[in-house]
Design a protein around this ligand. Structure first.
Ligand code: ADP
Ligand code: ZN
Length: 735
């Protein structure tokens, strides 16, 4: 086709222009001419297009009805990548996420394209092959090489030398004599293919029924949602491994979503033990090269199973047939940046669109998921007891009003004594406090000055290990001052409240000879943390003091005591999920104890021993707790019985943010069943120098929130440069 083939313009069979979604916050795709020499280009193709002075990567989208544009006026696609197109289901999914989250489709699609160098095939690698002529001189080393390569299969130079146990020069010598010819080989796969029958576990009791139910009824090529709900250590992972095996036998790919995958080396090894190969990994700590290989090999189908963080949901699988969402209640599934989405919910959407099953897994399923089970939308499979002889820890409350700590301390004598006993027995104790650093607030004893972040409305947190005071909102840090900046008094700073570092100090005082490890995300990268987890597993620590990092997935065989330093921490904020979250987190943390059969205990320090969360935990009565929570939500029309959206308006100055938020509210349509609360200053009123106001939109279950918000935003004030408006559908954070 040449440029002035005007007869083609308007001809239905050869659309000369196609819509291309570019990675921009534009509301729709842009039109581009298909490259000269091509008559059509498949929707989903990944292409390069000019955009202003730049070249960007985009995706050919589906034809929308719109006015035809004269292709002569359009710029042409510059390159079509040699890469499998995003299939129809994937495109529908991206459109759906865009419409639901009210995020521009280009920004949603960009989440599927996070591996720029992977759109071209991986380069072939050089190899060699026996050319059919034996060398004149056959040394023993040469013989070893020929024994392997003599059958004419291709090898890499290093691979052959290695396998034959000879030096590279032996192989090179043979090549020089014309014994080998050069060939090009496809690059090796990143991970081997998992074998569904490699080492199946012998499931027992309720595990058997659960696996049977899942494999027989759920693993079909149709959409279904199954919830595996069972206490920590009941074998949920073993059960869903069976579902994975079944899906692999059917020749489909599997995605396992995990919160904070980067830290669960445990999990990867366990998968390998079961399937004989590791899964492909996907998370933000991957090296760029590896990331690109994973993306590519997922799209070509070479990688059969991916274990990944929430963003793995946007990988372009060749033929996905099952998604597992492990720890489905975990707040880490919610992304609160650019595109605000909940990966658990979107996993269900992706499965529904493409017609395959999804399995949600948790010891403490979210209220939303519980309600979906109750009303029959999701199937529930229950594992009531721990596997084998492992018993759940015995949980007790420590009433801090009756058993206060020593002056200046935070550990009740009861907890200190229990830690001492565990250490004496050669077992491990975990002290859990979800607060990084030394103290959450520092002030001057003389003038009362409080150290606050210059850019945020949050207090600076003292970190003694680093001798810094830090802002946990924006990362601002300064060296811990010697004197008060207000009154100048030297050495008069006092730390208020505990962080893990301060607990470590207290532990040191009580147990000077114990080996302690502090686990907190600011104390080192993934590598260091993995080493520390390993050390704990091997018994190289007596007392572990940790933040919620320790709550997830690790099996510490020697751990028999878990002490919760402040069980009340999460209860006192305006979050409607505060009780649920506290229950989930504390169940998970206390569930770290006694995973291998030793008798184990949990002690929860609280000032509110009568609180329903505390009662549910010690009585082991999750059922009653959830019933109450569900009832409360229903009464207050809160999710899932009602709908919520939040809008955060931020600006460089307070008045601008407030005015804009007010005008936004005034531009909302009047719709029965939808109410707007606010604007009010957000609890975090200032972040990185930006003032924040919040509107909360509360609707009935069947309200069309998206249409409501669209009208409101369209009628609202023009967005000015300094103003930013963030829409969060189904918000998890109320800060
Ligand atoms: P969950 O996922 O519910 O926390 P896991 O699947 O991790 O439970 O099981 C807890 C521990 O028990 C693991 O170490 C696991 O290997 C072991 N386990 C569970 N079921 C079996 C089984 N049927 N055979 C052998 N080991 C099992
Ligand atoms: Zn800050």
């Amino acid at each position: 086709m040449n440029d002035d083939s005007s007869d083609l313009f308007g001809a239905e069979s050869h659309p000369p222009a196609v819509p291309v979604l570019v990675p921009l916050p534009a509301p729709t795709a842009y039109s581009y001419r298909i490259p000269d020499g091509m008559t059509s280009i498949a929707p989903g193709s990944i292409v390069q297009v000019p955009l202003g002075p730049r070249q960007v990567v985009g995706v050919v989208w589906d034809e929308a009805d719109g006015p035809a544009v004269d292709p002569k006026k359009l710029r042409s696609i510059t390159k079509v990548f040699d890469c499998p197109p995003l299939d129809k289901d994937m495109r529908s999914f991206l459109d759906w996420v865009s419409a639901y989250t009210l995020s521009p489709p280009g920004l949603v699609t960009r989440m599927s394209l996070r591996a720029p160098a992977a759109f071209d095939p991986e380069p072939m690698i050089e190899g060699l092959r026996f050319a059919g002529v034996e060398p004149e001189k056959l040394t023993p080393a040469r013989r070893k090489v020929l024994e392997l390569a003599g059958d004419g299969l291709s090898w890499t130079r290093g691979g052959l030398a290695n396998a034959a146990g000879v030096s590279l020069s032996v192989v090179d010598g043979l090549t020089k004599h014309g014994v080998f010819e050069t060939v090009f080989l496809p690059p090796p796969p990143l991970v081997a293919k998992p074998d569904p029958d490699f080492a199946p576990a012998r499931l027992q009791g309720p595990q058997l029924d659960a696996a049977k139910e899942i494999c027989e009824e759920s693993i079909a090529d149709t959409f279904s949602v199954t919830v595996i709900d069972g206490v920590t250590g009941s074998g949920k992972t073993e059960v869903y491994f069976e579902a994975i095996a079944e899906t692999l036998r059917r020749g489909k790919q599997v995605l396992i979503l995990l919160p904070e995958i980067a830290l669960t080396a445990d999990f990867l090894e366990r998968f390998q033990d079961r399937f004989g190969a590791k899964p492909g990994e996907w998370h933000s700590d991957l090296a760029t090269r590896t990331r690109e290989k994973v993306w590519r090999q997922v799209s070509t189908g070479e990688i059969r199973v991916v274990a990944g963080a929430r963003s793995a949901l946007f990988l372009p699988f060749e033929d996905l047939g099952l998604i597992i969402v492990d720890e489905e209640h975990d707040p880490a599934y919610k992304q609160e940046d650019r595109v605000f989405y909940n990966a658990r919910d979107m996993a269900v959407v992706r499965a529904r669109i493409a017609g395959f099953p999804v399995i949600l897994v948790s010891a403490t399923p979210s209220v939303e998921t519980q309600v979906n089970c109750l009303n029959g939308r999701y199937r529930r499979v229950h594992l009531p007891t721990r596997f084998a002889d492992a018993a759940l820890p015995d949980l007790h409350l420590v009433d801090m009003r009756r058993h206060p700590p020593e002056r200046g301390g935070f550990l009740s004598p009861i907890l200190v004594k229990a830690v001492g006993k565990a250490v004496e027995r050669g077992e491990q104790a975990l002290l859990f406090l979800n607060r990084r650093g030394y103290a959450p607030l520092t002030l001057c004893r003389v003038c009362g000055h409080r150290f606050q972040c210059p850019q945020c409305s949050s207090w600076l947190v003292e970190h003694r290990f680093r001798t810094q005071i830090q802002c946990h909102q924006c990362g601002y840090a300064e060296p811990t001052p010697d004197s008060c900046p207000e009154c100048g008094t030297l050495d008069h700073l006092v730390a208020c409240g505990p962080g893990v570092e301060r607990i470590a100090e207290e532990v040191e005082k009580h147990f000077p000879d114990a080996r302690t490890i502090v686990l907190s995300s600011d104390l080192g990268g993934v590598k260091r943390l993995r080493l520390e987890f390993e050390a704990i597993t091997k018994g190289q620590a007596d007392i572990v003091i940790g933040t919620q990092l320790v709550a997830k997935g690790h099996n510490f065989p020697l751990m028999t005591l878990v002490g919760i330093v402040d069980a009340d921490i999460g209860l006192a904020n305006g979050d409607p999920r505060a009780a649920e979250r506290t229950y989930q987190l504390l169940s998970q943390v206390t569930g770290r104890a006694g995973r291998t059969g030793r008798k184990s205990h949990g002690l929860l320090q609280t000032f509110q021993p009568q609180h329903p969360v505390m009662q549910a935990l010690v009585l082991g009565d999750g059922e009653a707790f959830y019933d109450r929570e569900i009832h409360e939500r229903e009464r207050a029309n809160l999710p899932p019985y009602g709908r919520l959206a939040s809008i955060i308006v931020s600006a460089d100055n307070r008045a601008d943010a407030e005015t804009h938020a007010r005008q936004l509210r005034q531009s909302a349509p009047v719709v029965s069943g939808i109410a707007i609360l606010g604007p009010a200053e957000a609890p975090l009123a200032l972040i990185r120098g930006r003032h924040r106001f919040r509107l909360l939109i509360h609707g009935r279950r069947n309200s069309d929130m998206q249409s409501f918000l669209k009208v409101m935003l369209a009628n609202g004030p023009k967005e000015r440069r300094s103003i930013n408006v963030q829409v969060d559908i189904d918000p998890q954070s109320f800060l």
